[in-house]
Design a protein around this ligand. Sequence first.
Ligand SMILES: Cc1cc2nc3c(=O)[nH]c(=O)nc-3n(C[C@H](O)[C@H](O)[C@H](O)COP(=O)(O)O)c2cc1C
Length: 215
Amino acid sequence: MDSKALLDVVRTRRSVRVYKSGKVSEAQLEMILEAARWAPSGANTQPWEFVVTRDREKMRRVRRIYDEEWRARKREDPVNYKGLKKDYVGDVSVLVLCCADPRTMRVYLTTRQPGDREKLLQASIANSVEHMMLMAASMNLGTVWVSVRDEVKDELRELFKVPEPLRLLWVMPIGHAKAWPKAKPRRKIDDFVHEEYYRAEKLRRDEDIMAWPKK
Ligand SMILES: Cc1cc2nc3c(=O)[nH]c(=O)nc-3n(C[C@H](O)[C@H](O)[C@H](O)COP(=O)(O)O)c2cc1C
């Protein structure tokens, strides 16, 4: 096993939001999905379902759905929505809609609290998404995690015929990055690791947390 190579992939992965044309081959897509297949999941429920499309027209519609939602939010809150665009969502070689089957939560026989079950479900899907992203990054392909907010989920559900009771959680474009983005800052290990017991002096102040994305 080449741990260094794996760490390189982990460090190299970026959220790619500007893509150029270029195909993700079937062989590449298969490896990406194979990586998802091996993700750990709560009670090995494997609750993921992926709708995969290469259809340009559907992608254009996805893009429009996100654009319209963004414009609506911007009208309500021009400060926080300023300058951000979502037009990367549907401008790629492959679009993967990441869904969860909540019926798998019934298998968590020893996890009774709804919040705990929800955590297992969401974490399991997140693992599969991250596996795919790392595999894509190892092939020099870009991906980005795109949230499916309540405001867009019904339209996406209809477009891709996602049946109830499945939940649509994230959309993941896969494609060739126009330029590989610069790394965003990461906290130092020492800042978030606490040996033996939690070091209260390291607990971040509210101001530090709020200031973080601007650094
Ligand atoms: C659960 C989750 C949801 C995210 N949702 C979005 C999103 O809706 N749109 C987006 O552009 N990026 C989204 N991101 C990507 C993050 O902004 C990104 O991972 C973070 O800023 C770090 O940058 P990096 O991925 O390039 O290292 C999401 C990431 C995660 C883990």
